[in-house]
Structures are given as structure tokens and as C-alpha cells.
Design a protein around this ligand. Structure first.
Ligand SMILES: [Zn+2]
Length: 223
């Protein structure tokens, strides 16, 4: 009953509001809602690692990969996804991230957590939404609550770099039984690697065998 009503509602909405590209609002063919238009898809900044080398990694990470650079239409989508409640972008962004899982060993997907005060303010954790969609696509298990952020990472401007790194290291705790497992740690953006490194450190301290970092976008140094 509700499904039939839901379908009728969706069909009605398609007549009133044809699907549109989430970046430029261009109309899309019917049935392609939730996708990018061809022009925006063509402008996606795929990361070509023959032109731009990967960053130096924290020792706690076995590997790191990101399919895209943090610029162009992807940057607009991530900003909307992260700060403007555009949670409907999660399936699309996860589809862009999914091919980067190829070649990694079977693993548990774990998102980088937010501090509970930040989560209360934003109401959702964008890394968790990505990880859950990626779990649907890949069939891998996802442990959204495996890590918790026990300290807010920002607002340490007056500390030295070493001091900031030390504090970041103490910012996360693993609360799930993941001993002997391999984890793929999910986040939206890689900037310095300090957050991924600290999360991976907490997971390894809890007995995780190897932690691979996977983010949607990579921000090259100096941008
Ligand atoms: Zn577009």
C-alpha cells in the first residue's frame, strides 16, 4: 500500500520536477536521478598519480588511495555534502569512490568519527554516510561506531606541530572488537594525513592487523 503510494508520488514528482544534475542543475534524462550530467562528469578531477605523487604516509597506514583531487565540481559537491545537509549526494559520491576499493584485501569499513559535540551540531557524519553506501555497493561489513573521537581536534593553533600531532594521536579510541581484522578507513578528504594516521594508530593499538586509508579526494600540499 505505502509502496504503491510512494511509487505514484515518485512518478508524479518526475512530471513536476525532472531529475537534475546536483552541480549545475541541468535537466537529466528521466530515470537518471542521482547522477551527474555528462559535462560535469567530464570535469571531475581524477587523480593521475603519474603527474602528482602520493603524500608521505603516517607509519600506521599500510596504504592510501583517493580517486579524485579536491577541486572543481567535486569540491562543490563535497562542501554541500559536508556543510549544507546535501546528504542525498552520498550514493553518488560512494559510486565515485567504489572503484578505488579494487585490489585491497577483504576488510571492515570504518569511517573517521566526529566528536559527539560536532555530530550534535551537524546531525550527521559525512564519512559514515560514505562508508555505509560503500558497504552497500561492495558487500563489505561496515562498523560505523568502531572509532570514537574523544577530543576535538581543532583549536590547537597555539601548539607546535609536534604538540598538535601528539594531541591528534590521543584524539581517537577504538571501541569495537576488530582484533586480527583488516580495516579500510573512510573519510571524505585527505589533507595532511594526521587524522587518518591517528585513527589508524588507535585501530592498530586495538589489535587491527592492517589499516588502509581511502578518501574520496586528496588535497595536494600548497593548495
Ligand atoms: Zn552538471
Amino acid at each position: 500500500m505505502f509502496n504503491t503510494l510512494g511509487n505514484l508520488w515518485q512518478q508524479g514528482m518526475d512530471v513536476v520536477l525532472p531529475p537534475s544534475c546536483p552541480v549545475c542543475d541541468a535537466y537529466l534524462p528521466r530515470g537518471s536521478g542521482g547522477a551527474l550530467c555528462a559535462a560535469c562528469y567530464g570535469q571531475l578531477p581524477w587523480w593521475n598519480s603519474t603527474q602528482l605523487l602520493p603524500p608521505p604516509l603516517p607509519r600506521s597506514l599500510a596504504s592510501f588511495r583517493a580517486p579524485l583531487l579536491y577541486e572543481g565540481p567535486l569540491r562543490e559537491m563535497i562542501l554541500a555534502f559536508k556543510f549544507a545537509d546535501a546528504t542525498h549526494l552520498a550514493p553518488l559520491l560512494a559510486r565515485l569512490l567504489y572503484p578505488a576499493l579494487a585490489g585491497l584485501p577483504p576488510a571492515v569499513l570504518v569511517p573517521v568519527p566526529m566528536h559527539r559535540a560536532a555530530l550534535r551540531a551537524r546531525t550527521y557524519n559525512q564519512a559514515a554516510l560514505l562508508a555505509q553506501q560503500l558497504a552497500k555497493l561492495s558487500g563489505l561489513p561496515c562498523e560505523v561506531l568502531a572509532l570514537s573521537r574523544i577530543r576535538i581536534g581543532e583549536a590547537q593553533h597555539n601548539l607546535t606541530r609536534a604538540g598538535r600531532l601528539r594531541l591528534t594521536k590521543q584524539s581517537f579510541a577504538c571501541t569495537s572488537a576488530l582484533q586480527g581484522k583488516t580495516v579500510v578507513l573512510i573519510d571524505d578528504i585527505f589533507t595532511t594525513g594526521a587524522t587518518l594516521g591517528a585513527c589508524a594508530g588507535a585501530l592498530k593499538a586495538a589489535g587491527v592487523v592492517a589499516v588502509h586509508g581511502l578518501t574520496l579526494a586528496y588535497t595536494p600540499p600548497g593548495t
